[in-house]
Design a binder for this molecule. Structure first.
Ligand SMILES: Cc1cc2nc3c(=O)[nH]c(=O)nc-3n(C[C@H](O)[C@H](O)[C@H](O)COP(=O)(O)OP(=O)(O)OC[C@H]3O[C@@H](n4cnc5c(N)ncnc54)[C@H](O)[C@@H]3O)c2cc1C
Length: 561
């Protein structure tokens, strides 16, 4: 059997090693158009920033080690330029321009994705980079070494853009981020992204949201970054991190089916529309397990898992199905960890799927044990069954383990009630007896069963104090730091004695710091005959972060009695 693989990094290299483990006698050739195989793309930003000091540690395998350990013929600087699916051959171009043809029994494509580089005037100027591979990394590192980079601009605030912002800051630059959307990190909802905005600003990063770049011009070594709004900012270095597109040109030219999301179409076994040609990684589209709609998922874990599955199917026949990915991802943004899995509220809205959201803010571990840090969690779920759709978390410690547990539940069709049944390893340095995700489950279950009529920060923002009493049940000291416009303050401890101050014929919208005291207050009012009572999910913490940019200091400090 002769296997050919196109692309030698995440998906391709994993599949190559697994193919060898599955079939000791097979001929395996891996073509890579670049100079390097099996390197850690995910580590590239950290090498640029200096956190990973040794360039060599980025390389997991070399062509030589692949040959020695796996008996795999790795051909770097060999680009596959054409595939003949009927004749079962590929055409390959060497670095010197010469070409040759290689035959196969089974072929795997793992060509990855290519960074988007819009045709903006000045985009090819010196000092403007994209980051995808090792040569890009070397170019950026080299530029940082030989130029005085005091101001860096990152265009595009996805995961890689934010990682680069942090690493350029580490390298000593004052960083500005330009983003067309009104938030960073597209996979998470606006209310969670605002927590990241606050952190970035605290770290001295300038955020230019809802701004798109129109052109770049050069003045000596300075790059002027011009926005469509007319604003211009100066940079010594620019990173374009606008997104990527699946590398489908080769597949398309070979007549392989391209799916509706723009990726290479594959079946459940990761086989393309042409027999004996398989595809994995960033280049493919696959149905989302929750929506059933094809989508592109540019992440390393799916690429690696697919590489393993596809190697089994190539050797033993199509037996192992790929179940799809729900986009579980995580990023370090300075001191923060930001993670998400499944479907955010904005995606559910797009797909017309009915949902509810719940925000909770907990400590990373027991509050009485030193060093507990805030951990915010938003979950989305079916309003009736409680089936979990998605989760997002922002915090400093323990975000990773919570999001992984949630991802497992979501992939297995779990509900908010399952969150309350999870068994957690607990000791004070690690968690609380009620873990943050258990709390999220209790709160969501209360929302579903009507024990806690909840409202969102958006509903609170639209609330009219003329028709509803907005009731802040925090302490007067907490109120000094900010209140919702039009709210009155009655601390929870005084509420039972001051009910006369709250009109019974109007709706009452309650809030506290994070939602717990608001829930207690909701119960007190309902037990005293108030029928239209709702509690703000996530409390003032969610609200103030979400509305902060639109809110002036003047109306932050309103009536506090
Ligand atoms: C800077 C950076 C940071 C990242 N960080 C994370 C992270 O923290 N977490 C995460 O989950 N994901 C991360 N990713 C994404 C992750 O690296 C990709 O999802 C993953 O590498 C995709 O694997 P792949 O095999 O599809 O493509 P790749 O790993 O990109 O490999 C494709 C290879 O195919 C080669 N190729 C293409 N066409 C041809 C051809 N015709 N002939 C020969 N060779 C060809 C390319 O040169 C390339 O080397 C990051 C990506 C980057 C760029």
């Amino acid at each position: 059997m002769k296997y050919l693989i196109i692309g030698g990094v995440a998906g391709g290299a994993t599949a190559a090693a697994r193919l060898r483990r599955n079939d000791e006698s097979a001929g395996i050739i891996l073509f890579e158009k670049g100079q390097y195989v099996s390197y850690a793309n995910c580590g590239l930003p950290y090498y640029i920033g200096g956190t990973i000091p040794e360039r060599d540690s980025l390389f997991l395998q070399t062509p030589e080690s692949f040959a020695e350990r796996f008996n795999i013929d790795v051909r770097v600087e060999n680009e596959v330029t054409a595939i003949d699916g009927h004749g079962k051959t590929v055409t390959v171009r060497r670095a010197d321009g010469s070409q040759y043809v290689e035959s196969y029994d089974k072929l795997l494509l793992s060509p990855g994705a290519t960074p988007v580089r819009p045709p903006l005037p000045g985009i090819d100027s010196e000092g403007i980079f994209t980051l995808r591979d090792v040569p890009d990394t070397d170019r950026i590192k080299n530029y940082l070494t030989h130029h005085r980079v005091r101001r860096a601009v990152v265009v595009g605030a996805g995961f890689i853009g934010l990682e680069m912002a942090e690493n350029l800051h580490e390298a000593g630059a004052k960083v500005s981020i330009v983003e067309m959307a009104n938030q960073v990190m597209a996979p998470i909802d606006y209310s969670m992204a605002t927590l990241v905005h606050q952190h970035l600003r605290r770290k001295g990063v300038s955020l230019h949201l809802e701004q798109s770049v129109e052109k770049f011009t050069k003045r000596g070594s300075v790059i002027d970054v011009h926005f469509k709004s007319g604003q211009t900012i100066e940079a010594d270095l620019v990173i374009l991190s606008i997104g990527v597109r699946p590398a489908t040109a080769l597949a398309q030219a070979a007549g392989l089916k391209i799916g509706e999301a723009g990726g290479i179409w594959v079946d459940d076994y990761l086989q393309t529309s042409v027999a004996d040609i398989y595809a994995v990684g960033d280049a493919i589209e696959f149905p989302h397990p929750l929506t059933g709609k094809p989508w592109l998922n540019y992440l390393a874990n799916p690429a690696n898992r697919q590489g393993r599955i596809v190697a089994d199917n190539m050797v033993w026949g199509n037996q192992t199905k790929y179940e799809g990915a729900i986009g579980t991802s995580i990023a370090k943004v300075f001191d923060l960890t930001v993670a998400s899995t499944g479907l955010a509220a904005k995606r559910l809205k797009q797909f017309g799927i009915p949902y509810r959201s719940s925000w909770t803010h907990s400590g990373s571990h027991a509050g009485y044990y030193p060093g507990a840090l805030p951990l915010s969690l938003k979950i989305t779920f079916d309003p009736e069954s409680g089936k979990l759709y998605g989760a997002q978390s922002v915090g400093y410690d323990g975000v990773d383990k919570r999001i992984d547990q949630l991802a497992l539940l979501i992939k297995n069709g779990g509900t908010v009630h399952d969150l309350t049944r999870l068994e957690h390893a607990y000791a004070p340095p690690f968690s609380s007896a009620k873990d943050p995700i258990a709390i999220a489950g209790y709160v969501a279950a209360n929302i579903i069963n009507g024990a806690m009529p909840a409202m969102t920060w958006r509903e609170m923002q639209e609330a009219d104090p003329a028709t509803a009493t907005i009731l802040d049940v925090r302490t007067a000291e907490e109120c000094i730091r900010g209140m919702i416009p039009g709210a009155i303050n009655i601390p929870i401890e005084e509420l039972r004695d001051r009910l006369a101050e709250i009109p019974a014929d109007k709706a009452v919208y309650i809030y506290c710091a994070v939602g717990l005291r608001g829930y207690l207050a909701t119960n007190i009012l309902r037990a005293n005959g108030y029928t239209q009572v709702r509690n703000l999910s996530g409390g003032y913490k969610t609200y103030s972060a979400a509305v902060a940019p639109a809110m002036s200091d003047a109306n932050l400090f309103t009536k506090c009695v």
